[in-house]
Ligand binder design. Structure first.
Ligand code: ADP
Ligand code: MG
Length: 348
């Protein structure tokens, strides 16, 4: 096999874990990122520092690789699209255009007759006066949000008056779902009706940031099947190539909703590294590099715990792990509040 050079845009922990998986497959990784402190530098074969609008730097990157993928979905669509005129980009940039905007993302999902939260576009504060049926709800920036950033809960009508946000950006308001549980389904699609799908993963958030994930998810057989079916429908409709994650809400009446689509590997799938024969990362690499698809097999049940901010410290200082525990340090230079610094997976 001739050696494949895989380009990855983005240098966070997902880029690191993709690089590690690629190494195992004898694939060289070249990462392009605008962050001089990008932690994935510690894991990839080559690192190119550049802004996402630096055409020269991007050309240098393009010329070094055979195929390009990305580890975060908020790379400007224009950049991805320009790159794709010169080199194969997987998944396709047109998918990002849909998913980068919460409104078009939710419209796309609803058009497949798949349930989402109720939502409406908000362009100015006065729009909220006519959208009281969405309260209690959450006002969210339509683009660029992650880990709960850019979200403003509106508990009651009075809260509308209290919000002080920049309406030069676009927003949507979403009706609050009375959550019983959150789950995610990760699927890697290789081509038409050709995919590997992981079982639903149960997720617990704290402060809108993922804290715990575990398999098996404690859910009904109905929800187990429905969530997988919807994930397959979405991946097929997008003609997606690579690993995709669908986040779901389950309400107190056991209704299932799609919350959002992540067109990339996902934090909730970190446990697949230790709990399956093939991780979500390896599967992504296999799909975008046209390698063989191997049936996935669960090796163990598992629980993943995110280490956020200072929680990493005791693990860095005094690493005592049992045989069934695996610690991952993302090697981020600076510890920050609410920043994902590492994780532990426990096989159960
Ligand atoms: P992000 O892009 O930051 O991941 P999400 O829309 O997934 O944004 O929101 C983060 C978390 O906030 C969700 O996983 C959920 O716990 C909570 N949340 C968001 N929207 C709603 C909603 N409409 N109803 C109930 N909880 C919500
Ligand atoms: Mg989310």
């Amino acid at each position: 096999m001739s050696k494949v050079n895989l380009g990855i845009i983005g240098g966070g922990q997902l880029g690191s874990m993709l690089s590690t998986a690629a190494k195992k497959l004898n694939i060289k990784t070249i990462i392009y990122c605008d962050d001089i402190d990008a932690p994935a530098q510690n894991f990839c074969d080559e690192f190119i520092l550049g802004e996402y609008n630096n055409k020269e730097k991007i050309d240098e990157f393009i010329n070094k690789v055979n195929v390009i993928t990305f580890e975060f979905e908020n790379i400007p669509y224009e950049t991805l699209n320009e790159i794709s005129k010169k080199k194969l980009v997987l998944p396709k940039p047109s998918i990002n255009r849909i998913i980068q905007h919460r409104l078009s993302e939710k419209d796309f999902i609803n058009n497949l007759n798949i349930r989402t939260t109720r939502y409406a576009s908000v362009e100015k504060k006065s729009d909220l006066e006519t959208l009281k049926e969405f309260i209690p709800g959450i006002l969210k920036t339509s683009t660029m949000g992650y880990d709960g950033k850019g979200q403003y809960p509106l508990r009651n009508i009075e809260d509308i008056e209290k919000i002080n946000i920049d309406f030069s950006k676009e927003y949507i308001i979403e009706k609050l779902v009375k959550l019983k549980k959150e789950i995610s389904v990760i699927i890697t699609r290789f081509g038409n009706n050709n995919y590997e799908i992981y079982e639903p993963i149960e997720n617990i958030h704290e402060d809108q940031i993922l804290k715990y994930s575990k398999i098996p998810a404690e859910i009904s057989e109905n929800i187990f099947n429905q969530s997988k079916e919807w994930a397959i429908m979405i991946a097929e409709e997008l003609r997606y190539i690579g690993t995709l994650c669908i986040e779901f809400f389950i309400d107190r009446n056991d209704n299932l909703y799609v919350n959002e689509i992540a067109p990339r590997v996902h934090n909730s799938g970190h446990l697949t590294i230790n709990a399956f024969n093939i991780s979500q990362f390896e599967n992504h690499i296999r799909a975008v590099c046209s390698l063989e698809k191997i049936p996935i097999k669960k090796l163990s049940n598992a629980k993943m715990i995110n280490l956020i901010g200072n929680q990493i410290k005791p693990y860095r200082e005094n690493l005592k792990l049992n045989d069934n525990e695996f610690f991952f340090d993302y090697l981020k230079k600076e510890i920050k509040d609410k920043r994902k610094m590492g994780h532990i997976t426990v096989l159960t």
